[in-house]
Design a protein around this ligand. Structure first.
Ligand SMILES: Nc1ncnc2c1ncn2[C@@H]1O[C@H](COP(=O)(O)OP(=O)(O)O)[C@@H](O)[C@H]1O
Ligand SMILES: [Mg+2]
Length: 391
């Protein structure tokens, strides 16, 4: 699906209105290059008027050699012969005025046709890949599910390098939106009763955009809506999102209700959050056994130990022994995490070099199998992090 590059959300919204459903947007050329590296079948790049002409021409020039079958469309508020000449010289296939919707639409259609002609009719490949669903679960409340889901989704999105949707399935008490300082005008509640009419246009209209190019499907505003959201609705929305996003991260409530079970059933990778206290470990153990019985996410579970440096007389090694699985990531306890939640600015964004942020980025890297953003961090480092923070 085409990608729009512009720092101004209002311009992005204006251009998106004429783009095919499922188009993506980023705010600058850095994330664009990361996006292109992850999406070899991208067929069109739309460079918005908020990009300087020089920056836009640099992109076009480099793509002329590296991605000759991807169409570059330059959008400007005004076009003169100088802009036209430079754009064509750099390899832009079209130059379009910001308010000329018909021409932009035509450019994108031609880009798709060109791609199709050059790649043996395979337009579907340009957008038809299936993404992965990652569900963050724990049978206990307050252990850090939402913190993990939000920061993991942001780390995966990597400022727009990947197309990620965060779905709040804590349907009664969802707090993803508030954790990200979002004020959704639409929520999953509006899809109630629409099980048979779900398509991406409908689901997309319910999403809220976070400034880091992450889309959020917010939970209902009032808890009573939960009982009217059927497991079928959850499943169909997840499948629809999965067709359009690289990753769908699902935050859950701490129980095996029917919607959560359905979500777990639709899941490719399951992140299980535990902390260093016996009641939580006991319940996580029972939850793992339940997942075994239901044959859910066998072989694709990842254990996150949150507050891993709390000195409470239980060591992470013991946790691995009790739960019978290795710890994928340890998140340290830090007042900075609580403060970032309270400020509505998740720590991965507000403080990318924080040990907790590095741990979330490393979790994202484990799940994608490729390095994400700035956080490197190997196994030894992670264990070292825990030891260093231990008092
Ligand atoms: N590692 C941590 N260090 C400090 N505070 C944390 C940590 N993880 C989570 N918190 C805080 O604990 C509270 C509960 O976390 P949350 O992610 O909402 O849990 P859950 O979704 O499992 O109920 C939040 O205020 C959050 O900021
Ligand atoms: Mg939560």
């Amino acid at each position: 699906m085409p990608i729009i590059v512009d720092p101004d959300p209002a311009v992005v919204a204006q251009l998106s209105a004429v783009m095919p459903t499922g188009s993506h947007s980023v705010d600058g050329t850095g994330p664009l290059h990361a996006w292109l590296a992850h999406h070899p079948t991208e067929y069109a790049v739309v460079l918005g008027p908020g990009l300087s002409l020089d920056a836009a021409l640099d992109v076009a020039e480099s793509m002329r050699y590296t991605r000759p079958s991807t169409t570059v469309v330059l959008v400007r508020d005004t076009i003169d012969t100088d802009v036209m000449y430079k754009a064509m010289h750099a390899g832009c296939r079209d130059v379009v005025r910001t308010d000329d919707q018909a021409q932009l639409r035509g450019s994108i259609d031609r880009a798709q046709q060109l791609w199709s002609a050059l790649h043996s009719g395979d337009v579907a490949a340009a957008g038809g890949r299936h993404g992965q669903v990652i569900t963050v679960f724990s049978p206990k409340g307050g252990v850090g599910k939402t913190t993990t889901a939000v920061n993991l989704a942001l780390a995966l999105a990597d400022k727009g390098a990947r197309k990620v949707c965060l779905m709040d399935l804590d349907l009664a008490f969802g707090d993803v939106a508030i954790t990200m300082q979002l004020f959704p005008t639409h929520t999953i509640e509006e899809a109630i009763g629409g099980e048979d009419a779900i398509d991406f246009t409908m689901v997309e209209s319910l999403l809220t955009r976070h400034e880091q190019s992450l889309m959020v499907l917010a939970a209902p505003n009032l808890p009573d809506a939960r009982d009217r959201i059927t497991a079928t609705l959850v499943a169909r929305m997840m499948r629809t999102l999965k067709e359009q996003f690289d990753y769908v991260v699902v935050d859950t409530c701490p129980s095996f209700d029917e919607q959560t079970l359905q979500a777990l059933d639709e899941t490719d990778e399951c992140v299980i959050v535990a902390t260093l206290d016996v009641p939580t470990l006991k319940n996580v153990k029972v939850a793992l056994e339940t997942l075994d019985l239901l044959d859910i996410a066998q072989g694709s579970r990842h254990l996150v130990l949150n507050r891993a440096d709390d000195a409470v007389g239980l060591e992470p090694d013991k946790v691995e022994q009790i739960l019978g699985m290795p710890i994928a990531t340890m998140i340290p306890s830090s007042l900075d995490i609580a403060a970032s939640t309270n400020a509505g600015k998740p720590i991965v964004v507000s403080n990318p070099n924080h040990p907790a942020s590095r741990a979330f980025v490393q979790l994202a890297a484990t799940l994608t199998g490729e390095p994400v953003g700035a956080g490197e961090g190997n196994d030894a480092e992670r264990r070292g992090l825990w030891r260093r923070n231990k008092r």
